[in-house]
Ligand binder design. Structure first.
Ligand code: SF4
Length: 360
């Protein structure tokens, strides 16, 4: 409660905004990129962009796990469900479209699709109904991957398998730096992922790319401080890795969670929705746990799918190339009630977040 009041203190916010104005360039525009749906929510919900000088632009990268899950992997989950396997998943995965169908469509056709809060819920369901086959559609970044990994290592019942679709954040940040005309000047790295992977996971950005990088928390003042810290580095002409979120993130991160993930998973190349294949960007079950691999067990490995419905610009929204309002379908054919693209489905999707505060 005390922390909340400190990080939403309007007087302190005014002082940080003053510092941002003093430090921002007067002419050239700098582009700061975050890669987190929760950061986008904070920025949009508190109207932080409107407080920044016109020379500071904050863009949203691929930080929504549901949005980046490719259609082919949703197709695999749908195929499992239509084969009679009970598919368990997080709530916001339900409506995301595969090449043609979502899990919700499969459910409407009679498939058994159940929403769970964690992999542990799926384990409990499988234990209660030993005569039924269950699969857990495991999506999310390094924040949710440890909880899947721990259930795999505990050797769950044989009637539960895993459709592992967990992804890693740093490779997505590297992708953004390879997009020639995006011109990012600094990164705000996600606080929750960083509690697991630690500050050290971002060392490459200042060292190899000379990119100022600041790990930040999720209160409005966390984000404003991070913007100020990046601007300060740019003004000094340096590129450092800094930790704004010292109250939660350490250099090493959560070593236990990292060990758990590396015992259960290999890191492999992975497709990201609309963005293509990113090297070393996805977790896959290790050979020792192959009996829990839903793709192998039920023969549902699908390698390509239709990521973008006609007219959808999610691939450009996800790399911060365009704003949601620049997609011709935004709040016309595509709304939170009737989403067309993945970015309008999840509460962490940029289009969905913008839609919630959109007024005509
Ligand atoms: S508004 Fe809809 S269709 Fe357009 S980019 Fe966003 S999610 Fe995709």
């Amino acid at each position: 409660m005390l922390e909340k009041s400190i990080f939403r203190d309007p007087d302190l916010a005014k002082r940080v905004i003053e510092k941002i104005r003093e430090t921002a360039p007067k002419k050239d525009v700098v582009k700061i990129c975050h890669v987190c749906g929760t950061h986008e929510w904070t920025i949009t919900h508190y109207g932080l962009r409107s407080l920044l000088p016109s020379t500071v632009e904050v863009i949203a990268g691929p930080g929504c796990p549901v949005c980046v899950t490719p259609a082919s992997e949703v197709d695999e989950a749908v195929a499992l469900a239509l084969k009679g396997v009970t598919v368990t998943c997080f709530g916001d995965v339900l409506r995301v479209l595969g090449s043609e169908k979502s899990l919700l469509d499969a459910k409407a056709e009679g498939a058994d699709v159940r929403v769970v809060y964690s992999a542990m819920d799926a384990v409990r369901m499988a234990e209660k109904e030993p005569n039924k086959e269950f699969a857990f559609f495991a999506i999310g970044f390094e924040t949710t991957a440890p909880s899947t990994a721990i259930e795999v290592l505990r050797k769950p019942p044989k009637n539960l398998s895993f459709l592992v679709s967990h992804r890693l954040i740093p490779p997505a940040m590297e992708l953004l730096l390879g997009i020639g005309d995006l011109h990012i000047d600094g990164f705000i790295a996600p606080g929750h992922v960083s509690t697991v992977i630690g500050l050290k996971a971002y060392e490459v950005f200042p060292k190899a790319y000379r990119m100022p990088t600041v790990v930040a928390g999720f209160e409005p003042l966390d984000v404003l401080f991070a913007i100020y810290m990046i601007l300060k580095q740019l003004r000094e002409g340096v590129a450092r890795l800094e930790n704004e979120y010292v109250r939660a993130v350490s250099w090493e991160g959560n070593i236990k969670a990292q060990e758990t993930m590396s015992k259960a998973f290999n890191i492999v190349d992975g497709e990201w929705r609309g963005l293509g294949k990113l090297p070393s960007s996805k977790f896959a079950l290790k050979e020792d746990y192959a009996i829990y691999d839903a793709r192998e067990k039920f023969g549902v490995r699908i390698t390509s799918g239709r990521d973008l419905p006609p007219g959808c610009q999610c691939h450009l929204v996800m790399i911060g190339k365009i704003k949601p309002t620049e997609c011709p379908l935004f709040m016309k054919a595509c709304t939170p009630q009737k989403p067309v693209g993945a970015c309008m489905v999840s509460i962490e999707g940029t289009c969905r977040i913008w839609a919630k505060s959109y007024t005509v």
